[in-house]
Design a binder for this molecule. Structure first.
Ligand SMILES: [Zn+2]
Ligand SMILES: [Zn+2]
Length: 399
């Protein structure tokens, strides 16, 4: 099995060669860097974990923890990648290990590993953060990691503590509670209630092998709309076309026939927030919320994108349901990232747009890896919706 081979191979690497392991660091000797990167491909592959039984997952976690503990903190960053994948795909395999996991240095970016930690672990973290006595200051826990873990646990006790707004005795110089919560995909309402910024249902979006535009699927990608962007004049592109009557989309709780979420091939890709007025019958209108000065006449010579064969309708269709909404979270891959529902795979820092009408954070609806609809590209398109105000927007991030 690749992961066990990776453990064995890692043990072979001499510490004096890998003085400070950072897989992404260019300071490594080329040979070591290459070796680590090829391992990374295997250990970060979502597919490997998807096929794993719970029993194997538990063995894997035990073996990696043992290995990491043998090596001080040398391989914690690599371990974080493995344990992140476990937490995103078979989180039950981490049960009973959280106290050991707390002692590792995974960094704030991997707080999600602690998502299902129990109340005892949560209280242990709280006690650590609230205590500034010298004894605890010598503790080896990382403050940033503890804060991130707490946000991911995000239960009622954490919600109440964050709602107080009072900084912890430790980590007062750290990220705001708001960023901690957004990183973990939720926020507090004005009434102090938790509001999730994503749906827990999640489906893969897969290639439409038949190539048939009229294929029946609850969600399809790609169709140019009649409506134009009034920022630049191009036809809008309906990234997601959803059949709201399909039972699998009942998690949306929208009563209607169709929802189309559109983007502007130019303005969206340039990082602009192009708001779309939608309804539940599939209408798409460029929203005046996008800008002050909509142009009246389309600019000329805008058809290069629109002529692309890759943009034929229904390139992607709805695939199978995923076991957790987090399967592609921090996935080091460009394959299999397109999904409907679930938790966003941010490439950069999380950016949830605000609804221009009610000013609430818009909810994440799905994402499309650009490469899936346009070969030889990279980056992810993220779709957001405010159901109450019928506003949609699509954003773009790339590395
Ligand atoms: Zn535009
Ligand atoms: Zn709104």
């Amino acid at each position: 099995m690749l992961i066990f081979e990776a453990v064995e191979a890692l043990k072979e690497i001499k510490k004096e060669v890998v003085t400070e392991i950072s897989i992404f660091s260019s300071r490594q000797p080329p040979k070591v860097r290459f070796m680590l990167q090829s391992m990374l491909v295997h250990i970060a592959d979502v597919e490997t974990y998807r096929e794993m039984s719970l029993a194997t997952g538990k063995v894997l976690v035990e073996k990696w923890l043992w290995f990491l503990e043998q090596e001080g903190h040398l391989f914690d960053e690599l371990g974080a990648i493995v344990l992140n994948r476990v937490s995103c795909t078979i989180p039950q395999a981490l049960e009973g290990q959280y106290m050991r996991l707390l002692r590792r240095s995974f960094g704030a970016a991997y707080g999600n590993i602690f998502r299902l930690a129990d109340a005892e672990v949560r209280d242990h973290i709280l006690a650590f953060l609230e205590d500034n006595s010298p004894v605890h200051n010598q503790h080896e826990y990382e403050e940033q990691q503890m804060l991130a873990a707490l946000a991911w646990i995000g239960d009622q006790v954490v919600q109440a503590r964050f709602a107080m707004g009072k900084p912890f005795k430790k980590g007062s110089h750290n990220l705001s509670f708001q960023s901690l919560m957004q990183n973990a995909g939720w926020e507090l309402t004005a009434q102090g209630q938790r509001r999730d910024l994503y749906y827990h249902s999640c489906f893969s979006l897969i290639l439409n092998e038949q190539g048939n535009e009229e294929v029946s699927s609850p969600v399809k990608t790609g169709r140019l709309c009649e409506e134009r962007c009034r920022g630049c004049g191009r036809h809008l592109f309906a990234l997601f076309d959803c059949d709201l009557r399909a039972p699998v989309l009942s998690f949306f709780s929208i009563h209607g026939s169709h929802l189309r979420m559109a983007m502007c091939p130019t303005c969206t890709m340039m990082g602009e927030l192009v708001y779309i007025d939608v309804d539940w019958d599939g209408s798409v209108y460029w929203s005046v919320d996008t800008g002050e000065d909509p142009i009246e006449e389309p600019l000329e010579d805008l058809n290069d994108w629109e002529d692309m064969p890759a943009l034929r309708p229904a390139v992607l269709v709805l695939g199978t349901s995923r076991p957790t909404p987090y399967e592609t979270y921090r996935a080091h891959t460009q394959e299999g990232l397109s999904q409907f529902g679930g938790f966003p795979s941010w490439i950069q820092t999380p950016e949830y747009p605000l609804c221009p009408k009610c000013q609430q954070t818009m909810k994440f609806v799905g994402q499309c890896a650009l490469v899936d609809i346009l070969p030889q590209t990279e980056g992810i398109l993220y779709a957001f919706l405010c159901v109450e105000c019928k506003k949609a927007v699509i954003t773009f991030q790339q590395s």
